[in-house]
Design a protein around this ligand. Structure first.
Ligand SMILES: [Zn+2]
Length: 432
């Protein structure tokens, strides 16, 4: 944990958006621990990141408003913006109405000033996207390759797909900020190591180090639920949210937890393994080897199996979705019962975390209301006090491409956010 101090961290300095102004008078009295070991150059980098992020999220914006929102002095803003304009990262656009004096020029981010690559790994292949600075997809590609039990194959495939995607998108390497990789499992994101993945059958698989050597680009690796939460915060529904969760339903069931605008990973990176909460000891066997996990009861495989039992035959994923849409009574019963079970767990999670926003996503959302309505009802009715009525619930269908975009936003976050000095750069939002 890099000499982390366990005490006396001023809570105000954590995941807050204040800037640190090395030059301006009346600098905000914010102490980042990095200042102790940091240099003027680092301080400048932090301010550059802060201004880029403010232009991105608040643009078009004037220099004066940038100074106000960032807490930086006008001369500091002017100097940094001047450089960003010269480098083509920030563009000067229209002028705003003036109050008497010279009308202020409004600034925008040039979304094509930089690009990021996002990769979502599955057992049977990977989805690769190239995104601009607004997380807009400019190229996407699918590759089929068996990755189960074979992290070396993943390293080779990621290298090939990254090179191919950059060629297809005609993006020069000089504009690439890095590669973000999302996968299911327990990830040590600081080291870029997959400590354990059921889905891929990997243990202590190194990804970042070999890929950095091969691609000579910055590499970030994270659990795919975490990358989704970052994507929501960067360009999605959670732009303004401080405390929210993304609940992925489908074959697996997982949570991305954002507390006080920071991703919560837990002590060893395993937070959010919601699907492996044991809800029925001695129940059906789960992929993780235990019995009675939530996922083993309400995950997509379990739903297919139960509907199949009712119909006396195997039911594919597409058939399950079609039966639900057609209102098949046996299917509706199975989905309703599973939805209630999942809903109770989600309601308890809401009671525990008190999020302001709950985003339900994942391929399981294809099952629609028959599965999701009882989940939302349970959240409304089975939480403590009125917490479940106050939480905003949004449902989003996410395809493989969206998961890859999530991985790409990991790079955007890491590239433009102020690093959290003793927090492994986990904060994902930095506005005052
Ligand atoms: Zn389990």
């Amino acid at each position: 944990m890099r000499g982390r101090q366990l005490t006396d961290r001023p809570s105000a300095a954590r995941s807050s958006g204040r800037s640190v102004d090395a030059t301006g008078p009346g600098s905000p009295a914010v102490e980042f621990s990095s200042l102790r070991r940091g240099s003027r150059a680092l301080l400048r980098d932090l301010n550059v990141s802060l201004l880029i992020e403010l232009v991105r999220s608040s643009g078009p914006i004037s220099r004066a408003d940038l100074a106000r929102q960032s807490g930086l002095s006008a001369p500091t803003v002017s100097t940094i913006v001047g450089e960003l304009v010269e480098r083509g990262i920030v563009i000067e656009g229209a002028t705003a109405p003036a109050n008497g004096g010279r009308p202020p020029v409004l600034l925008n981010l040039d979304p094509t000033a930089g690009f990021v690559i996002g990769i979502k790994l599955r057992g049977d292949g990977l989805t690769t996207v190239v995104c601009d600075l607004n997380a807009r997809v400019v190229a996407t590609a699918e590759a089929s390759v068996s990755l189960v039990g074979d992290p070396a194959a993943a390293v080779v495939a990621i290298e090939q797909e990254t090179r191919r995607a950059l060629r297809d998108a005609a993006v020069p390497r000089s504009k690439v900020l890095g590669v973000g990789i999302g996968l299911s499992g327990v990830i040590d994101s600081a080291r870029g190591v997959c400590k354990f993945s059921h889905l891929l059958q990997w243990r202590d698989a190194e990804l970042a180090a070999p890929l950095r050597r091969r691609l000579r680009l910055p590499i970030w690796v994270d659990n795919d639920m975490n990358t989704l939460a970052v994507a929501e915060k960067w360009a999605g529904d959670a732009l303004a949210a401080r405390d929210f969760v993304t609940l992925s339903v489908g074959r697996g069931i997982g949570l991305g937890i954002v507390i006080d605008r920071s991703l919560y990973r837990g002590a060893t990176g395993a937070a959010g393994e919601f699907g492996h909460m044991m809800v029925e000891p001695g129940g059906p066997k789960c992929e993780c080897g235990r019995f009675g996990c939530l996922e083993a009861l309400v995950g997509e495989d379990a739903l297919r199996r139960r509907v199949g039992e009712r119909h006396g035959r195997d039911v594919s994923r597409n058939e399950l979705i079609a039966l639900a849409a057609a209102g098949d009574s046996a299917t509706l019963e199975v989905l309703d019962s599973a939805g209630r079970k999942l809903g109770l767990a989600v309601a308890n999670m809401v009671t525990l975390l008190n999020p302001e926003l709950l985003i339900i996503c994942g391929e399981g959302t294809d099952l629609g209301d028959p599965f999701l309505a009882p989940v939302v009802t349970a959240v409304r009715e089975q939480t403590f006090a009125d917490l479940g009525r106050q939480v905003e619930v949004k449902v989003q269908g996410w395809g493989d491409e969206a998961w890859a975009v999530g991985a790409a936003t990991l790079v955007l976050r890491e590239s433009f956010s102020l690093p959290e000095p003793d927090d492994q750069g986990l904060a994902i939002w930095h506005r005052p």
